[in-house]
Structure formats: structure tokens, C-alpha cells
Design a binder for this molecule. Structure first.
Ligand code: AMP
Length: 354
């Protein structure tokens, strides 16, 4: 494929903040960003050249949307497989369906991580309440029960400390196919964001360190501590994953760093990632432009870190503080334009540079 010329249309499935920042990056390179959102007046739709509103499982609408695009990508991994397939009938979808397939199912994701040569927490697939007690014997206590599909940001998860918790945990996740994972007593959490271009070239951002609370990312620090020892094994897993998936675009991998320095893969995100937001302000080519370049068949940009950075998420009406935060020249303030500002939901972020 030759590189898409400016003026081409890049379609994004998903209307949230990631879609918004993708549409902005597309616009800067002269593309029209078209957004497919399940509700009108979405954060992405408001900055896109066109917003297309339909339910995410409306395959006919996805087909019609893709007919007006030169390439289609997505901002969330729970795009229904049938929707992605329908879009693919009209335009190339990048990254392709294999990446969605792996990332949508926590059991397949762990198996894929192992096939990439990575370690993961010990796990057991759960199909019924009885499997939980069984699995607890195999993975050991404490463990975390997570729904296999559709979970994000700590939703659809319950801790299982003893056999007495099994019933409540099964109820808490909605009595749905699940995975029981050993609780990883990690020293800290890191993630790696990287891109693979249409020509197979690779670009890696620095490994970063993440703090979560209640399963939700609060802060990312670039670079992570122990960069020299952690980078080679993390990049090895990333390279294998990108190549096995014949991936085009940005991929993120979250890892637990164990006290002895071993890395366990927690999760793959086949898209731009919250822990990569710092790259907008502390590299020459941030993750959103990088993803647009990759899916448009352009050469990848320079991912080298130009300064240390700390990215802090803003939740709910925290963003009303944006003018005060913007007074500090070290702060780069990003507000997502969410309406309404719901408590606990990500509504912006601030990156402190230098
Ligand atoms: P997830 O939704 O799987 O990305 O989990 C969100 C966060 O919950 C992770 O970033 C960890 O902080 C925590 N967590 C998830 N799984 C485990 C585990 N097996 N052991 C310890 N902490 C976990």
C-alpha cells in the first residue's frame, strides 16, 4: 500500500477521549477524521470532520460508515467482532481482527502472552461457580475473579480470599464466564506503548510506571525506574506480539514487576493507551499521531523521550480546575469535552514536563 495522501478519511470506531485525540492528530496531518459513536455529541464527534451515530453492534451502520473511509481504526477493544468484520468489507481495518480477538477475552489474552514467551499470573478459566472453588485450589489464595469479556478499569472483578467468598464473587461479576487469576504481589506496575508501521518498522516509547487505585489509572511516570533491566524483556514480548498479530498501529502492554524483577503480562490494549498520554507532550511524535501514521501507511515518527514527564488523570469535575492548572508553564492540560462531567469518569489529564 502507498501512504494515504492528505485529504483521505480516517474512520475511528468509538467516540470517547481516545477517539477525540486520534481525530485531532488525524486533522493535524491533513486527514478528515470520521467518528462512529453510539451517542450524539460525543467527545470525539465534536472535533471530528463527521460524526456517525449508531449502536456499536449495528453491523449495517458500520458497513455504511466504512464505505466513506479510506481506513478504519478503533479506540476501544470491545468493538463487536461482527462490527469490525462489516467495516472490513468496505475499508481496511487496522489493527486487524486478530488483535481484537486476543484482547477481548482474558483467557485468550493470557494464552497469547505465554505464546509470546511472557509470564503471566497463574490462572484458571471459570465457566461455573464450582470452577471457582476448584480454580482456587490451583492458583492459590488470594485470587481475583474477572469476567472474561467486557471488563475494563477494574469493572467486572472481585477478590477471592477463601472458599467463603466464592458465592459473592460469582454474583459480583454477574455470573458470567470468567478467569480466576492468582493475586500478583507486584513491586510496581509498568507499561510499554509501541507501534508497528505498515512496512513492519517498529517504534518503542520508554517504559513507564503506573499507579492505579480501584483498578483505574491515576498517574503515569516516564521513565519507569529500573529502565535498563526492564526494557529488554518488555520489548522482546512487544516485538513478538506485534509480529504474531501482523499488527499495524499502536499497541500497549501492561506488566506487573515482581519483587525479583520478573515481568508478568497483565493486559494487552490494541489501541492508544492512557499510560501513553505523556508522549503527546514529551516526545516528537506522540502516540496519537503515531497511530494515525501507522494506519495511514506513513513512516513512523520519533518516539524518543525529550523530557521526564508525569501524567495525572483528572476525574469528574476536576477539570473545572483546568484554568488554574494551566497557569503553571510546566503543565500541559488536556480536557476531553465530556458532557456531563460524571463523577469517577476520566474527564482530562495533565502532563507535567521536565
Ligand atoms: P485490569 O482491569 O486487569 O487491568 O486490572 C486493573 C488493575 O487491578 C491492575 O492494573 C492492577 O493494579 C490490579 N490487578 C489486576 N489483576 C491483578 C492481579 N492478578 N494481581 C494483582 N493486582 C491485579
Amino acid at each position: 500500500m502507498s501512504a494515504l495522501p492528505p485529504g483521505s478519511v480516517i474512520g475511528v470506531l468509538g467516540g470517547g477521549q481516545l477517539g477525540r485525540m486520534l481525530a485531532e492528530a488525524a486533522g493535524r496531518l491533513g486527514f478528515d477524521g470520521h467518528v462512529f459513536s453510539d451517542r450524539a455529541d460525543s467527545p470525539a464527534g465534536r472535533v471530528a470532520a463527521k460524526e456517525f451515530v449508531a449502536p456499536y453492534d449495528d453491523a449495517a451502520a458500520a458497513r455504511a460508515f466504512a464505505a466513506g473511509c479510506d481506513v478504519v481504526t478503533f479506540e476501544f477493544e470491545n468493538v463487536p467482532a461482527a462490527t469490525a468484520a462489516a467495516a472490513a468489507e468496505r475499508a481496511p481495518v487496522r489493527p486487524g481482527p486478530r488483535a481484537l480477538d486476543v484482547a477481548q477475552d482474558r483467557v485468550r489474552e493470557k494464552e497469547f502472552a505465554r505464546a509470546c514467551g511472557a509470564e503471566t499470573a497463574t490462572f484458571a478459566p471459570v465457566g461455573s461457580k464450582a470452577d471457582i472453588a476448584d480454580g482456587l485450589g490451583r492458583v492459590g489464595a488470594p485470587a481475583i475473579l474477572k469476567s472474561r469479556r467486557e471488563g475494563y478499569d477494574g469493572k467486572g472483578q472481585a477478590k477471592v480470599e477463601t472458599g467463603a467468598d466464592v458465592h459473592a464473587a460469582w454474583r459480583a461479576i454477574g455470573e458470567t464466564p470468567a478467569i480466576l487469576e492468582a493475586f500478583a504481589a507486584f513491586a510496581f506496575e509498568v507499561s510499554l506503548v509501541a507501534a508497528r508501521g505498515f512496512d513492519g518498522s517498529l517504534a518503542f516509547y520508554d517504559l513507564v510506571e503506573n499507579d492505579h487505585a480501584g483498578g483505574v489509572l491515576r498517574e503515569t511516570r516516564a521513565p519507569a525506574r529500573d529502565l535498563d533491566s526492564l526494557t529488554p524483556p518488555a520489548r522482546a514480548v512487544m516485538t513478538t506480539a506485534l509480529e504474531k498479530l501482523d499488527y499495524v498501529g499502536v499497541l500497549a502492554i501492561e506488566f506487573f514487576v515482581m519483587p525479583d524483577g520478573r515481568l508478568l503480562v497483565n493486559e494487552f490494549a490494541p489501541r492508544v493507551h492512557n499510560s501513553g498520554h505523556w508522549t503527546q507532550d514529551a516526545t516528537a511524535c506522540g502516540q496519537f499521531e503515531q497511530h494515525i501514521r501507522a494506519v495511514a501507511g506513513w513512516p513512523l515518527g520519533d518516539p524518543a523521550r525529550t523530557a521526564d514527564a508525569v501524567m495525572t488523570n483528572l476525574f469528574g469535575d476536576d477539570v473545572l480546575d483546568a484554568p488554574r492548572l494551566a497557569a503553571d508553564p510546566a503543565n500541559r492540560v488536556h480536557v476531553y469535552g465530556k458532557r456531563p462531567l460524571r463523577e469517577g469518569r476520566k474527564t482530562g489529564h495533565v502532563t507535567r514536563v521536565g
